[in-house]
Design a protein around this ligand. Structure first.
Ligand SMILES: Nc1ncnc2c1ncn2[C@@H]1O[C@H](COP(=O)(O)OP(=O)(O)OP(=O)(O)O)[C@@H](O)[C@H]1O
Length: 255
């Protein structure tokens, strides 16, 4: 278990004024969502939390240690990132790509063990990719490639997940499967922080939400307190109709 926290963090978007300083603490067991329109800075925030981008001000710490004082291997043993896009430079197979998740746990010249292989095969099964182990990743569909990215993160066995639109490219069945997987991770003590565009996924699955405006202003809190229709309409510049199905709020954009 691990805690990722920010101290007066301001993300660095060139040409943009400083936004709200973020003081958040992503705790074991929590499922966070970040909502905001295109270009608001969700991906920039996620990359800053991962230590892949320098903050403009403030800092990010992992279990109380500033990320800048940890090397990437130390960070990767605890924290997995699921990126929005997958740039595949090498013609790797599905199994090789899943096994990349074990690299932070191996010494530089160690080979994967039988246990690493079992972890990867279990993760592939969980993501319904069994039987595709020897396929070259360039032959996968968009949804299969997305599920493989999540498989690699699962193989990494992180305490903290940072996922950029984890339901990207997925059909409805797989959207639900991925959200259940992430919720199960949270229930077993991991922390999950993800960028989202779907208000209904946010309402159904997230405990905590951060709303990010294009001018950098932000607010955050318990999901039910953040899902205020007026505030969401202002955030997106879009009128919404709000209903309730089985106790869960449902948001439908209207013309
Ligand atoms: N290196 C850069 N130089 C200039 N502007 C940048 C740079 N990187 C990102 N930006 C800008 O920063 C803003 C935030 O981008 P970011 O990808 O974080 O937004 P987002 O909220 O994730 O958007 P989306 O919902 O479209 O994925 C955008 O306006 C983007 O064009």
């Amino acid at each position: 278990m691990a805690v990722l926290s920010t101290d007066k963090l301001q993300i660095d978007i060139p040409g943009r004024a400083d936004g709200s300083p973020l003081d958040i603490s992503i705790q074991p067991g929590e499922l966070w969502g970040v909502l905001g329109p295109n270009g608001a800075g969700k991906t920039t925030l996620l990359h800053t939390l991962a230590g892949l981008r320098a903050p403009r001000h403030g800092g990010v710490s992992l279990d109380g240690t500033d990320l800048r004082r940890l090397n990437r291997r130390q960070v990767a043993r605890t924290l997995a990132v699921v990126f929005q896009d997958h740039q595949d430079s090498f013609p790797a197979t599905v199994l090789e790509t899943a096994l990349v998740g074990r690299h932070p746990h191996l010494s530089p010249w160690d080979l994967d063990t039988a246990e690493d292989m079992n972890i990867a095969l279990d993760a592939l099964a969980r993501l319904e990719l069994s039987g595709m182990e020897s396929r070259v990743i360039s032959t996968l569909s968009g949804g299969e490639r997305q599920r493989l990215a999540i498989t690699t993160a699962l193989t990494q066995q992180p305490a903290i997940w940072l996922a950029d639109e984890p339901t990207n490219h997925l059909d409805l069945h797989h959207q639900v499967a991925i959200m259940r997987l992430l919720r199960d991770q949270a229930h077993s003590g991991q922390a999950v922080f993800m960028c989202l565009h779907d208000l209904n996924i946010a309402a159904r699955w997230c405990d905590r939400l951060l709303l990010l405006q294009p001018d950098g202003q932000a607010c955050w809190g318990r999901a039910e307190e953040m899902l205020v229709p007026d505030a969401l309409e202002r955030l997106y510049g879009q009128r919404l109709q709000v209903g309730t199905i089985n106790g869960a709020r449902v948001f439908v954009p209207v013309e």
